[in-house]
Design a protein around this ligand. Structure first.
Ligand code: G3P
Ligand code: CA
Length: 372
């Protein structure tokens, strides 16, 4: 299906589909993130990053307008301590910083979570300096249409997203959620720019730090979520998991636990002591078979629900390149495949929400999965 057709279809029958749809998974109707726990959420991953350069206000706004319940910012700090929306501190891949000769001398190599990374880093730029840059598409080989917007949008602050959330919630008549992620918390702690109190201060300032707030705070590191609770976070939180490796804070502390350990029933019970849900890689829920086709579900959904946790897996993308081979259409990896069908399959496996680069597809899939 052509991506413009998908957007046009949503625009014609817009936001009704994004409201009032109930899923089937969790037993309790406890409230999380401003939604009943059993309501399946469409989370706009980095906004509507399938249609606009990621982590721009244009990307977040489009996500909301095509039906996302939540807009997802990844957060990193500037040199002057302002939280901005970027997937990682290095900004050479998603901005035009390389075209700015005045910043050429800022190109450095740093060790990020044990891996050398060369480029330009948000913590070396003031907000005023960052605001002279413009965003560009991260994946031009797969998202050529998005390159049309290169050079047009700023790097947004988290405050700007929170203001956008308020404005769009009023305009669209439904309360939009935000799903902020603390990126590389140990790295920024050691850099003297810890993320947690800054995030908490902004959630408090915008009235979003309570149990029923339309918020999930997420992190791949366990310590960041625990620290947020200690500092006074009352909004829901989600422990991100991965199909491999270990949280960097645990590695840094010499703790041998891996994401696989955290994904066991015992590990999930530990997570439930400080978080309300998990955000696993989708392949932890339904792995790929050896031939690249979609395999059979693991026990992660029932195990997490037994621990009282919701599941919001990542990342659903409609392009063939990101789909199981039996969900592809044609040989062009940047063409859209059977992304709706993939999401329906996962929704029927009992997940409570999903991160997707194409929120309109998430809304359509949710309607299909739960139609009577
Ligand atoms: O936060 C959920 C998902 O976004 C995790 O992956 O790398 O896109 O932040 P990443
Ligand atoms: Ca993220």
């Amino acid at each position: 299906m052509d991506r413009r057709t998908v957007i046009a279809g949503i625009a014609a029958a817009p936001l009704v589909a994004a409201t009032g749809v109930t899923g089937t998974s969790s037993a309790s109707a406890a409230e999380f993130g401003g939604h009943e726990r059993h309501r399946t959420l469409v989370i706009g991953h980095r906004g509507a990053s399938g249609y606009r350069p990621e982590h721009t206000l244009a990307s977040y706004e489009l996500a909301a307008r095509i039906g996302a319940d939540f807009m997802e910012p990844d957060l990193v700090p500037t040199k002057d301590g302002v939280l901005v929306c970027r997937h990682e501190p290095e900004i050479g891949g998603t901005t035009d910083v390389a075209d700015h000769p005045e910043f050429a001398a800022r190109k450095v190599t740093k060790v990020l979570d044990g891996t050398p990374v060369t480029g330009w880093f948000t913590e070396d730029f003031t907000l005023a300096e960052l605001k002279t840059l413009r965003a560009k598409e991260r994946l031009p080989a797969f998202r050529q249409e998005n390159t049309m917007y290169d050079g047009r949008f700023e790097v947004p602050t988290f405050v700007e997203l929170l203001e956008l959330r308020q404005r769009l919630s009023r305009e669209l008549g439904r309360e939009l959620g935000v799903y902020p992620e603390t990126k590389h918390p140990t790295y920024f702690q050691k850099a003297g720019l810890p993320l947690e109190q800054r995030l908490l201060d902004l959630l408090n300032r915008y009235g979003l730090n309570h149990r029923g707030a339309p918020v999930f705070v997420q992190s791949f590191e366990t310590g960041s979520l625990r620290q947020l609770r200690t500092l006074g976070l009352r909004a829901p939180s989600v422990q991100l998991l991965s199909a491999g490796g270990a949280p960097f804070d645990l590695i840094d502390a010499g703790d041998p636990r891996t994401y696989a350990d955290l994904s066991t029933p015992a590990g999930l019970r530990q997570i439930a002591s400080y978080a309300n849900g998990i955000g696993p890689d989708k392949t932890q829920i339904i792995p790929r078979a050896a031939d690249g086709t979609l395999g059979t579900p693991t026990s992660l959904v029932p195990d997490a629900h037994a621990a009282g946790l919701v599941l919001h897996p990542y990342t659903f993308r409609a392009e063939n390149n990101f789909l199981p081979v039996d969900y592809r259409r044609g040989a062009n990896l940047s063409d859209f495949g059977r992304g709706i069908d993939e999401q329906v399959t996962y929704l029927k496996a009992g997940i409570d929400g999903l991160f997707t680069d194409q929120a309109d597809i998430g809304v359509i899939a949710r309607n299909e999965a739960f139609k009577s």
